[in-house]
Design a protein around this ligand. Structure first.
Ligand code: 16G
Ligand code: MG
Length: 515
């Protein structure tokens, strides 16, 4: 039996429902797990071809991230841990949506277009979260993330973190203590394994750690960010630093409760600002001339953008939503800090920047202690960061390290700037593709009249901004609004929802005010 005959026979065991068409969205295929059997089979085929083509290990990540437990998803990961290249997203859609009888033709088409040698070996790594239906990186990275095992990775990050904290000798137990909400996901399990490498420099109280409770249910980074309240299952006292991961641990947000019981969120924007400020300080002290840029999306709070541009004076760029877009933009700079407000992100250093920092950190002829320390701190910072992809654990160690070195409490960090009140809403429409956008999703192109309506509404409120975009992961339209007060923000969000409902084919009942 030839390879193709085998594929044909096995594909019949995972048949595609006739007529079902799925999109490779913002982060791969994602929908109710029941609809994904044929997709998993076919993405396995494509991963093999991608591995043969690149002659390297390819990742298949099976997860629906922050989505509810009954959903699942799959995305392909390229050799250095980055999202699969866009032309292969196209192939994945051709394969995923080919009816049973033309699957082989679709497969052969990819082989031919990419001139793939079928004699080449293939190597695939599969990662999955803790969903009942169903981690990895660093196998093509030549050791730059430690030895290519989980333990190697824990060791590498922990050592870099311990190095960072050596420059913060007087930390109290309170400063070393962190509450972590694991979202009942994979990050909780990995963090438990990693704790012993941290040499007590971080004392973690772990909640929502998979023992009971459901994945992402009333907990996790998405819940905390969108609801703007603490997760269930975490016992937080006044002023204690807390953070939440999402189910597959690629997002992180921080928060605390003040003495009046008010909840304060430090989201991806605050994390990017903290890191950007630290990096700029260290580069100045080290006398290194490297450009720092911060990459955000339309969801970045207006106050964060203003602070970064006007006070910190770094280059700020805005891209479409989705890690792959931010990652790509961040690669253009010496140092590119990228974070989505929802907590996905990391920092990228160009090879030239890494080289300059390493050289300075190892230069024993430097007499100026401040300069030497700054260079060493930058070096440890590079080592604590996962540049392949934002990893909540690595991001957590980076934030903890920066807070320790800068001697900042969570309240002082929070006070760097004040967020404008903001609101996110969802609306159901008959076909979300009727809304198309431009300018990094900040303006609507179609349907006609919708952007004009949004513009008129925005003019009614001080310091306000609003945008509308189709979700890439759910069958809905998303609305974002911010303004000077929460009341005005909610009024604006409500009016924009109504405009979407009326001009873009809303279904069901008209959107109602939240309160
Ligand atoms: C996915 C993306 C995330 C994006 C979110 C937007 C990755 C790893 N994750 O979770 O970056 O913010 O989708 O979802 O790329 P939406 O299109 O439904 O708003
Ligand atoms: Mg995720």
């Amino acid at each position: 039996m030839t390879q193709f005959e085998k594929v044909f026979r096995n594909s019949a065991l995972h048949p595609k429902p006739v007529g079902l068409v799925l999109q490779y969205g913002t982060a791969g295929f994602r929908t109710n797990a029941k609809e994904l059997d044929h997709i998993m089979f076919r993405m396995g085929l494509l991963a093999v071809l991608r591995s043969k083509k690149t002659k390297a290990t390819i990742g298949v990540m099976v997860t629906a991230s922050h989505n509810p437990e009954e959903d699942n998803g799959v995305k392909l990961v390229d050799p250095m841990g980055e999202m699969v290249t866009p032309s292969w997203e196209e192939y994945s859609m051709q394969l995923a949506n080919a009816e049973q009888d033309v699957l082989l033709t679709a497969l052969k088409d990819v082989i031919e277009k990419e001139a793939i040698s079928m004699d080449q070996d293939a190597n695939i790594f599969i990662g999955k979260d803790t969903r009942y239906r169903a981690y990895f990186h660093y196998f093509n990275t030549q050791g730059c993330y430690g030895s290519p095992t989980m333990e190697g990775y824990y060791r590498k990050l922990s050592q870099a973190f311990v190095q960072l904290t050596k420059h913060a000798p007087n930390r109290t137990d309170d400063q070393k203590h962190l509450l972590v909400d694991g979202a009942n996901g994979v990050g909780a399990l990995r963090l438990r394994d990693m704790e012993r490498f941290l040499q007590n420099q971080l004392q973690i109280s772990l909640f929502n750690d998979c023992r009971e409770g459901k994945l992402n249910f009333q907990c996790g980074a998405d819940y905390v960010k969108v609801q703007q309240k603490p997760p269930q299952g975490v016992e937080m006292s006044v002023g204690e630093r807390c953070c939440s991961f999402d189910g597959d641990a690629d997002r992180i947000v921080y928060y605390y409760k003040d003495s009046d019981g008010c909840f304060h969120l430090q989201d991806g924007d605050k994390i990017a600002t903290l890191i950007g400020t630290f990096l700029k300080d260290m580069l100045t002290q080290a006398g290194l001339d490297l450009q720092v840029a911060v990459v955000q999306t339309a969801y970045a709070n207006g106050s964060s953008t203003r602070y970064l541009e006007d006070v910190l004076k770094v280059t700020v760029c805005c891209t479409k939503t989705g890690v792959k877009h931010l990652h790509h933009a961040a690669q253009e700079f010496d140092i590119g800090v990228y974070f989505e407000a929802n907590g996905h992100g990391t920092v990228l250093f160009s090879n030239a920047a890494v080289h300059k920092i390493e050289k300075l950190a190892q230069d024993s002829s430097i007499k100026n202690e401040k300069k030497r320390t700054a260079a060493q701190l930058l070096h440890s910072t590079i080592n604590v960061i996962n540049q392949a992809v934002g990893d909540a654990i690595s991001d957590m160690l980076l934030v903890e390290g920066v807070l320790a070195v800068q001697g900042l409490s969570v309240q002082q960090w929070d006070a760097i700037y004040s967020d404008l009140p903001n609101r996110q809403r969802k609306i159901k429409v008959a076909d979300r593709r009727v809304i198309t956008t431009t300018d990094a999703e900040r303006r609507v192109v179609t349907p006609p009249g919708l952007q004009e309506a949004v513009d008129m509404l925005v003019k009614k409120y001080p310091q306000s901004r609003a945008f509308v975009r189709p979700s890439g992961t759910e069958d809905i339209i998303r609305v974002y609004a911010e303004a000077d007060t929460q009341e005005n923000t909610d009024a604006l969000a409500q009016e924009v929802c109504l405009a979407v409902y009326r001009l873009a084919g809303g279904v069901g009942e008209e959107p109602k005010p939240l309160h």
